[in-house]
Ligand binder design. Structure first.
Ligand code: GAL
Length: 385
């Protein structure tokens, strides 16, 4: 007792008292890292690797400039998910004027890292917009590292599916149709035309657009890049090569003309669940949910997963990832961003337990919660027939 007190007093005197240990999530509140700075990992993804969680997100700076990449991808690590240690910049932007695709000032969003068992490499995918082109480039890019925390080496960017039709794409959908470009948006004819490849044909040669994205590794080791494509109208799911650094050319659409962004995926009891947002930029909207028996679909749209106050704006947030809790079966954390585009560095994090009512994923607000919430959720879950 005495010894501990002495040690703490000495540490405090030396100015290096350990940051208070956190024991719960407090969605929307400032979330200090081990150095006391608010976590700087927006549009994040997380990875569990050898007993530690790693969080990767967009490092934002103050002011509107922070909406483009000034620094790179920030990494943190944690043993318990509440307390995060700053691991520094995992992928740094290239110097201004270097001509690199990831040069300072580009847009680098929603980084997701997966581990490849075959190559022993950590593979980071992200949404990349080339400097000075706004959101026109719509590319997905990859970087690799031998260590989870980095440094990651930039590999290349892609427009996926170049020269490849999606699965089940009919022969008669491959030809341009007269007048199709003049169809009025959101009319039934236009919606049908989108589902029958209006934008897929347009982007067949250069490859399909890829903006908001996530990466999902299935139980069989196959990985998929799921991204908003076709002017954000339709999500695409594209299979990655065995090394996770490229595309096999096998891909499909999800919810044509459904206007979905911010995809986040998980698998439970052999079914795939997808949470998304609508497309209103940095402003929050109502989340959507989908279920499928295969990543290739068909995907069935379910209800808004959120319940209670502010369910219509996902508690003022937008999905970014679904994190399976290690060692706790069927326990998933919904991770979302509360964007503050005027001062992006202030952006908040909304992490909530994801529960299931039958097939319907559910979110409930909690001011404060911990991982024991999953035990309670299970107690309440209806028992299998
Ligand atoms: C959001 C998207 C963010 C960012 C933003 C830019 O819809 O989810 O990742 O791209 O638009 O306005």
């Amino acid at each position: 007792m005495k010894k501990t007190f002495l040690a703490m007093a000495l540490l405090a005197l030396a100015g290096s008292a350990p940051a208070q240990t956190r024991t719960a999530f407090e969605p929307g509140k400032t979330w200090p890292d081990n150095k006391g700075a608010h976590l700087n990992a927006h549009g994040a993804g997380a990875l569990y690797d050898q007993g530690r969680y790693y969080l990767f997100g967009e490092h934002k700076v103050a002011g509107p400039k922070g909406n483009s990449a000034q620094v790179g991808v920030h990494c943190y690590s944690s043993k318990d998910l509440y307390n995060w240690q700053d691991e520094g910049i995992a992928l740094a932007v290239a110097p201004d004027g270097s001509g690199s695709e990831i040069e300072k000032g580009c847009i680098l969003e929603r980084p997701k890292v997966v581990f490849n068992k075959k190559t022993g490499k950590y593979v980071m995918w992200f949404h990349l917009e080339l400097k000075g082109q706004g959101y026109a480039a719509a590319r997905t890019a990859v970087a690799v590292s031998d260590k989870a925390t980095g440094p990651y080496q930039y590999v290349r960017s892609y427009r996926p599916g170049a020269g490849q039709w999606p699965l089940g794409f009919k022969e008669e959908w491959k030809q341009h149709r007269p007048g199709e470009k003049d169809l009025k948006w959101w009319t039934p004819d236009w919606t049908k035309a989108v589902a029958e490849g209006l934008f897929i044909r347009r982007d067949f040669q250069p490859g399909q657009m890829a903006r908001d994205m996530t990466v999902f590794v299935d139980d069989d080791g196959k990985a998929y890049n799921i991204h908003s494509s076709e002017d954000n109208l339709t999500l695409h799911v594209a299979e990655l090569t065995d090394d996770y650094q490229g595309f096999t050319g096998r891909w499909n659409t999800i919810a044509p003309a459904g206007h979905n962004e911010a995809p986040a995926l998980c698998k439970k009891d052999g079914k795939y669940y997808l949470l998304t947002s609508g497309c209103t930029g940095w402003a929050p909207n109502a989340a959507r949910s989908f279920v499928a028996s295969s990543v290739w679909g068909p995907w069935k749209q379910l209800d808004n997963p959120a319940t209670g106050l502010q369910a219509n704006i996902t508690y003022n947030s937008q999905s970014t990832y679904i994190l399976p809790v290690a060692g706790k079966a069927d326990s998933f954390i919904f991770m979302a961003d509360r964007w503050t585009p005027k001062n992006p560095i202030d952006g908040g994090y909304i992490w909530l337990p994801l529960s299931f009512e039958g097939d319907q994923p559910r979110l409930r607000w909690a001011d404060r919660w911990d991982l024991n919430a999953f035990n309670q959720l299970k107690d309440k879950a209806p028992t299998a027939q």
